[in-house]
Every structure is written in C-alpha cells, then in structure tokens.
Design a protein around this ligand. Structure first.
Ligand SMILES: [Zn+2]
Length: 102
C-alpha cells in the first residue's frame, strides 16, 4: 500500500481534464491512470495514511515550479478539512517526503 502522488505538466493536465469532460475516452483513461485506478495496491491518504475508497478524492496543488501540478489522494475526513489547512498540510508532506528521498 502506498500514498498516491503524481506530478504532471500543468498544460497537459488542463488539456486532459477538458478533453475528458468533452467525452474523450482516451483522456479519461489517462486521468484514471494518473489517479491510480489501474493499481492493484490499495492507496493511502496523503495526509493521514488511511486507505482511501473509490472513487478517489483528489487534491491538486502547484509544485514549486508553477508549470507543474501535484496530485494526491485524500480520505473523506482529510478532504473535508478547510482548504487552507488541506493545502498547507499537503505541501508540507510533499516537502517532508522529498527530504526523506534525498
Ligand atoms: Zn486522511
């Protein structure tokens, strides 16, 4: 089991989202893939490590590079947090995970 985190080019993500909304199956598949729908593993909430259900509740926030967006999965209780707290904690967890990696 693991936390879901993806980084995607902002323009690509916006393009995929609007294409999916317009009914493009391939764009929808690409988005499902980003959000981990194809993974056999259970996905954990980015903030509290609870296993998240389906459909996945996603949080999108900008990386340090404004052209890159980060996407993480949240459980229902974390998704219900006030936006400011949610984004602060998501960003903090991202920095912490990068410190562990490097
Ligand atoms: Zn949570």
């Amino acid at each position: 089991m693991k936390s879901l985190l993806f980084r995607v080019d902002r323009g690509t993500f916006i393009h995929l989202t609007s294409a999916a909304e317009a009914g493009s199956e391939s764009a929808l598949d690409a988005l499902r893939e980003l959000w981990g729908y194809g993974q056999a593993d259970e996905i954990r909430c980015w903030l509290c490590s609870t296993v998240v259900g389906r459909p996945i509740i996603g949080l999108i926030f900008p990386d340090l590079d404004p052209e890159i967006l980060c996407g993480v999965a949240l459980c229902g209780s974390c998704a219900a947090l006030p936006n400011v707290e949610k984004f602060d904690r998501a960003f903090e967890a991202l920095r912490a995970s990068e410190r562990t990696l490097h």
